[in-house]
Ligand binder design. Structure first.
Ligand SMILES: NC(=[NH2+])NCCC[C@H](N)C(=O)O
Ligand SMILES: [Mn+2]
Ligand SMILES: [Mn+2]
Length: 299
């Protein structure tokens, strides 16, 4: 992986209804992300936070795409910031914020690649559109948007689409998929390791298969890690917790195997909500996982 990391905060909370996730980037910084990565030999530049435009929250226009305009605008800005860092040949590490920011992240990281791979580490598929969403919350839609499905104000982020092809996506940790998402997955042939496969095959095999699969077909890989992919016992500070999740150990193993593969070209850690958290446990967990992802060894 590139030895120079650019940290970009995206304090977004408009993609869902629980306040506080906009403080996620601060919580991750307090947990010592910069020092942790520097201790591993990286040069780290904290680019600060992009601006989100909270006041537009009140210009509610649609119940099926809540805060659409403000989210589209912020994602456009995030995309531009990331593109600048990519041009500087730095590794973009984005801190969320709710998962709707992935629309901007993927728009920002994907342009140089013909076949960007995406690992979506999440309890959810985030494959809804306005038609299938049970909530109208855009944080349940960013993967669909990045595949080219959804409102044009979102899919057009960065001025090109799609950002990712369905065959280059691997979802890991899924255990709460809406009906429309299940159909979408089958129709598009997206590779998914649900909790069932993680239990059955073990994380080593899940990650080995994922890495081999992406190595064969992609020219860069983005990790989009939603902290709710982990079990709520390990990650209590998330807005949409789902029981029966990936453990702390399994997640560290997954990060270590990714580090070993040297496959990643960008990453983001999202949905850390300090208001719902217990003494920043989830923020600290995010930094611990980053440690493993960037090559920390036990011995
Ligand atoms: N990034 C997330 N935590 N997404 C949760 C999405 C929950 C549900 N599928 C919805 O569309 O509302
Ligand atoms: Mn999720
Ligand atoms: Mn998510």
């Amino acid at each position: 992986m590139r030895k120079q990391i650019s940290i970009i905060g995206a304090p977004m909370d408009l993609g869902q209804s629980r306040r506080g996730v906009d403080m996620g980037p601060s919580a991750i910084r307090y947990a010592g992300v910069v020092e942790r990565l520097e201790s591993l030999g990286y040069t780290v530049e904290d680019c600060g936070d992009i601006s989100i435009g909270k006041r537009e929250r009140f210009e509610e226009t649609s119940k099926v795409l809540k805060n659409l305009k403000a989210i589209a605008k912020a994602c456009g800005e995030l995309c531009k910031t990331i593109e600048t860092e990519v041009k500087r040949e730095r590794f973009p590490l984005v801190l969320g914020g709710d998962h709707s920011i992935a629309i901007g992240t993927l728009a920002g990281v994907s342009r140089p690649y013909k076949n960007l791979g995406v690992i979506w580490y999440d309890a959810h598929g985030d494959l809804n559109t306005a038609e299938t969403s049970p909530s109208g919350n855009i944080h349940g839609m960013p993967l669909a948007v990045s595949l080219g499905y959804g409102d044009p104000q979102l899919t057009s982020t960065g001025g090109y689409q799609p950002k990712v092809k369905p065959e280059n996506v691997v979802i890991i940790g899924a255990r709460a998929l809406d009906m429309g998402e299940r159909e979408f997955i089958k129709e598009k042939g997206i590779r998914v390791y649900t909790m069932h496969e993680i239990d059955r095959l073990g994380m080593t095999r899940v990650m080995t298969e994922t890495i081999e699969y992406l190595q064969e077909r992609t020219d860069g890989v983005h990790l989009s890690l939603d902290l709710d992919g982990l079990d709520p016992n390990e990650a209590p500070g998330v807005g949409t917790p789902v029981n029966g999740g990936i453990t702390f150990r399994e997640s560290h193993l997954a990060m270590e195997l990714l580090a070993e593969s040297d496959l990643l070209t960008s990453a983001e850690f999202v949905e850390v909500n300090p208001i719902l958290d217990i003494q920043n446990k989830t923020g600290k967990l995010a930094v611990d996982l980053m440690g493993s992802l960037f090559g920390e060894k036990l011995l």
